[in-house]
Structure formats: C-alpha cells, structure tokens
Design a protein around this ligand. Sequence first.
Ligand code: H2P
Length: 825
Amino acid sequence: MNAKANNTQSPAKIDKSDFKAAVVKHLHCTLGTDENKANNHAWWKATCAAMQEHVLEGLRKTQKTHYLNDTRAVHYFSAEFLMGRLLSNNLQNFGLFEVASGALKELGVELTDIMEQEPDMALGNGGLGRLAACFIDSLATMELPAIGYGIHYEHGLFRQEIKSGAQIERPDSWRDYGNPWEICRPESIQEVSLFGYVETKYGENGRVLKEWHPGSIVKGVPWDIPVVGYEGKTVNVLRLWQSEASDYFNWDVFNAGGYVDAQRENVQAETISKVLYPNDETEAGKELRLIQQYFFCSCSLKDIIRRYKRAHGDDWSRFADQVVIQLNDTHPAIAIPELMRILVDRAELDWDQAWGICTQVFAYTNHTLLPEALEKWPARMIEKILPRHLEIIYEINHRFMAEVDKKWPGDNAMKAKLSIIEEGHEKMVRMGHLSVIGSFAVNGVAEMHSRLVKSSLFPEFDELYPGKLTNVTNGITPRRWLKACNPSLSKLIDKKIGVDWPKDLYKLEGLAKFASNKTFQKQFMKVKLENKELLAEEIRQSLDLEVDVNAIFDVQIKRLHEYKRQHLNLLHIMALYRRILENPDYDMHPRVFIFGAKAAPGYKLAKDIIYAINKVADKINNDPRVNNKIKVVFLPNYRVSLAEKMIPASDVSEQISTAGKEASGTGNMKLALNGAVTIGTLDGANVEIAEEVGDDNIFIFGLTVEEVNELKAKGYNPLDYYYKDPEIKAVLDWLETDYFTPGKPGALVSIKQSLLDHGDPYMVLADYRSYSDAQIAVDEAYRDKERWAEMAIINTAKMGKFTSDRSIKDYVDRIWKLSPCKIEN
Ligand code: H2P
C-alpha cells in the first residue's frame, strides 16, 4: 500500500486536492451524508476527521518512539485543562490551515464559519486551567515526552447567560454531539477504591501489613485527547478519566434483586466526573471534590506504574529516573499518599525507600496566596473516604515533626505552624504543607509571587529545605495566542521578521527597531483596526449594540473576583459618566469598556458586580448626553474562543489587582503580545512585563505590596477615602439610589457595603485616585497616534520572555530534567 492510500502521507505533503478528498470521504463514510445535505456541523466534523487521520498517525509514531527509547516523561496532574477549540490549533500546528481553507472554499464552505461549530473544551475555571493547556502545547512543540492527566468532566464550566443584567448558569454540554478529537481507551481502564476500613495484619518478621477493605469501587475510563506540537512532529496525549460504576460490583447487587441500589451505585459512580467544580465555592460538594481529586490521581498513578512496569518489571529503583509528576496546585496533592500506599502496602517497599521515591517524583506549583484558595480537608472527611490515606498522612506528618524538632528543638509553636494537621475545633489536613513536604521542588508562577511564597507563605519551609522553593514565571503559547487568533498581525510579523517567531518568541524583538517607523506603525494599527471591526461585529450580534472602532477598546477579561477588582474599573466608568453629566464638554477620547467574566455560582458579591456592570452599561449606553464618549460592553459567556476574538482587538489591557494578590496573570501576557498597552498595578507578572517593555510603555498605578502591607499594619480605613475624595463619595452614594436600577433602589448597594462596611479588603478605594490619574494618562497617550502605535509595537516586540516555551524550558532545566525525543516523520 502506498503512503497516500493508507493516508499516512506526511502532512507537509498534503495539498488542497488531498485535503478535499479526505473531507469528502469522511462526509460520506464517517458521517453518512454528502456535499448537498451537509450543514456546517457536518462539514466541521468531516474536517476534524480528515485532520484526525494525521493527528493519530503522529500520536502512534510518538508513542512508539517514546516506548522504544524508554524516555523519562513529565506527567502533568491537573484538575483543570481549559483547552478551548482544537480544529484551528491542529491545522495551524500541522501547517495545514491555508490548505484546508482553500480546499473547503472549493467545496463551497468557509473554514472560519465551520470552526464556529466547535464547542469549547471548557474543563477549567480560568488561568490555572488555561496554563495547563498552554504547557502541554509547549511540551509537544519542544518534543518533550509528556502526558497531561485530568478529569473527563461531562459538563465543563457553566455556560453563562445574562438575563436582565444578572448571570444565569446553564450546563455546558461540550460533548453532546460527540467530540471528534477524543479516543476512548477501554484497554487502559483502572479501578479506584473508596470508603471502607483498614485492617491491620502482621506478616513475616512481624511486618505490619495494612489492608484496605473498600466500601466502593469505581471504574476510571480513559479518554485521550491528542496534543499536537507546532510543526506536527510530536503528538503527546492528554488523558482524561471518566468515572463509571465498576461492572462486577453492580451486577451482584442487581442480580440479587437490588435494582434500585444498583442504579444508585451507578449514579454515584458516574457523578464523580459529572461536573467541574468552580474554584471558589466553599462548603458545597466538598466531599465530591475530594473524591474527584483522588479518583483522577489514583487512575493516573496506576496508569504510570503500568507503563513503568511494562519496561522495568518490579524493579522500583529506576522509577524516579523515569517519572516526574508535576502537581498543578494542591488539587492533585492526594497523589502523594496514594503513591506511598501503592509502594508500601502493595509493592511492600520499606517506608523510607517509598518516601525516597515519592520525594524524587513529585514537584508542586503554587498558584495563589489567597488563604481561601489554599485547600484544607477535614481529617474526618479523609478518614471516611480514604481511611488508609489518612493513616499515611499522619505517618508522613509524624516523621516530619521529628525533622522540625531537629531543626527547632522543643519549639511546639513551630510544630503547630508547620504540621500537615491543623488543630482546632475541627482537625484539618493542609494540602499545601503536604505538597511542600512531599515534593522535591515547589514553584511560584512569577518572580514576585515566588518571592512572597518564600517570604510570607512558606518562610519556615524555605529555611528547612533551602533551594526547594523556586520560581517559574508563567507563559502562554504564541501559536494559539498570536498566530492562530490574530492571523493578520501574524502575517505582518512574518513579512517583517520572518516566520520563526512562533517557536522562538524572542525573535519578536526584531520588531522593536520598526516601532517608530511610520509605515510600520500604520500597518500595525491598520491590523488593530480590522480586528476591532471584527469584535465590533461580534458585539453587534451578541448584544445588538453599536460601538465606534475609533474609540479606545479597553478590555478586562478574567474570572470575576474582588481581588481582580473589576469593581475598581466600574467605579471609574461611573466617575467618567458623572464627569460628562456635570460637564458635557468633558474632554476625553471615546472609549469602549469591554468586560468578559464568569462569577463562581456561589460567590454572591461577584455576581452582584456582574449585575452592576450590566446595569451601568444599560444606562450609559442609552444616555444621549454621553454622546458616545463611553460605551460599556459585557460580553456573555467569556471563554477561550471568545478571548481569541477579544484579545487581538484590544488597545488597553486592564490588570488592576491589589498588589500581592494576583500570582501571575496570563491574560496580561496575551493582551500585550497582541499589541495592547497595560494599565496595571505592580502585581504578579505585570512587574516582569513592565521590566520588559520599559516604564514608558505601560501605565503603572497604585500601591506596591510593601505599601499595601504598611497601610494594613497602620490600619486601613476606607472611610478616609470616601470622605476625602468627593468623586469616590458621589459614585458610591450613586450605587445606593435607583438611578441604574429604576424602581429598585439599593439593588447595587452590596458593592458599596463591601467597600465601606466590610473594610474594602482589596483596597479599591486606596488605589482609586491613582487609577483614575493613570487612566487620564492613557487617554492622553492614545490621542498621540504615533506615540500609541509605538507603544503597542513595543509591547508585542518585548513579549519574547512570556512564551510558555520559556516556562517549560525553565521547568525542564530546574525541575524536570527532561530531554527532548525526536520523532521521525
Ligand atoms: C491562577 C492565578 C493567576 C495565575 C494562574 C496560573 C489561580 O489563575 O490567580 O494569577 O496566572 O493561576 O498560574 P486564575 O486566577 O486566572 O484562575
């Protein structure tokens, strides 16, 4: 059979007619339809199927090569992977985008239209999940052996609708009509035990043996999503586990006449991978979330061990040479006691030997300093669900306490502080401490954040384990976040500096010397204008609202959270509105403030802020006195595919968190890469962005971390600002009236209350004036077209550092110690 006939032809050699033939073949043979009947959904599926041939061939070659070379691999454990859409990404990475677009055109179909058919894979909440997706893209691009492990949620992050200004959550059904990229692997199913009790037995030589008699067993069914590296050489895999009832368990009950019980077992088992839990919700569903975490960690560890044993049998001595596991936050921290359980109880290794392996295998990334996001589980909950694991955690802690005692003899306060177990009215297991103790490396996600991890979150751990705590600044994949989402800018860059930048982002630096070149400035800003026109069309379709593309497009897109301070932006918008009402000649360049944000369903104030933005938008957008100087846009259902439309069209990037609260941010990098200028605090990766672009090309405002701490220590009183700054007072008082919510006075008052009565925990009022001044500076800068174009170009040019390839290189050099493995085409 020749290569063409069995379709293993190298993607580089595919031409339009090959692609056309493949799409038509799948339309006929996979979907059972034809060119006349097919709708866009069918065309999309047929195109995916045509691509998937190459994807799977790449996957097969990659897996075979990794197996033959017995490669060391990184296993990225993450409860979230925010993948977005894959068609355009896979076409781009195989270099087939133009070919596919041309082929489809000849078939009378627009590729960009059918791409809209693809539901986002929204298996994550925000930055943490999207970071995981960027990282697996970079790992494949850099030809590094890697597997992503996570959960095959039936429903990803909710779909957001806005009704009368308020957020309504609807289920997300990304797989309703099938996902063309995923492959079920029943041959690699794993079983996971839950509940039950532990029996202590004595083996030979009086060895204590622990036997866990589970109360329930569920099945983990793996679904593989191929991850195509840029230029399509390495195709790694993202393996997501779906829970199902274990066969034999149910049949026995069912046959014995317990139909309802059997059904209940089924439902319970399937519930585990049913929904993604929003990050910030507190009590609800805690137990289920712990089960979810354990479920995917246990399946993944067993999968890794199965693969290891195929090559090395029962010789555990090389395990840590072959396997490194990165824990993306503490969500997978339960993997540490699970590996200990497998090594000690099943493989019958000594504790010390097992612990030696564990602490060479795990590394942990911390993504936040916010106390409410640092996971703790009630010990009784772990005892109920994972009785053996609680014993193991106690044993780990017992030995760790001895280490602490050696370092700080007799210091009980220190022991209480560092213990994995937090004593109190309810004993809690601190997953962060477990992660630090059980890992060989711990990293924060931006310079400043990592510094704070060392100095304020884990200072004693830093003293106890010098060198364990380190930094890896986050990054984003430029393939999705520039090349694919902003084709016009990408082509302009290609023309100017060549086509290598997607793999070597520091090459963008080559644009800097054209930053003051008038012709290039015009070309750059023409692309921006075209992108703004596309977004304006999206806004028109979504909200039936006209926006002026010559206005400044000012964008804030991220999870809704008080620390991210969407309400600071809102207060400033209200203040501008007020200035215009007081002085119709108020001099400002027209601005469109654009938001995208989802609020965790149980986070009341976050939902109130969304409501307030929408209500203020209604009023301003329909008030003729504003004379189109301001428009406020809240685009519903913010998600990866919407970000891909918003980011290329942005002029201003809002990164306005309270200093010390945003660990890194990655939206800040995406926006700057696409030529948006940042207005931001000295927080997270903004600090490093400022270093790269220089102070003249960014608008920094607000308190620094040190100033925030000083002010807190001194006693921060938001009322001081309320009474001293008439604008702040007027705007906050406005929230109490029914001006924005006719007939419903007080509907927006919770925001005022949080700022005045509840102490303004994120210091919105303290930063307000400085923010407002920075916004005036933005306005002035934008009016100087050449100056602005230069700033925008410099922002793109200086983003080299923020490619996720650089982050991955840092992980590889400092933590993972991996080598690339070439895959022959
Ligand atoms: C979090 C942090 C961000 C960070 C990201 C990835 C949890 O994302 O808050 O500062 O960039 O992880 O490390 P997010 O807030 O977007 O959910």
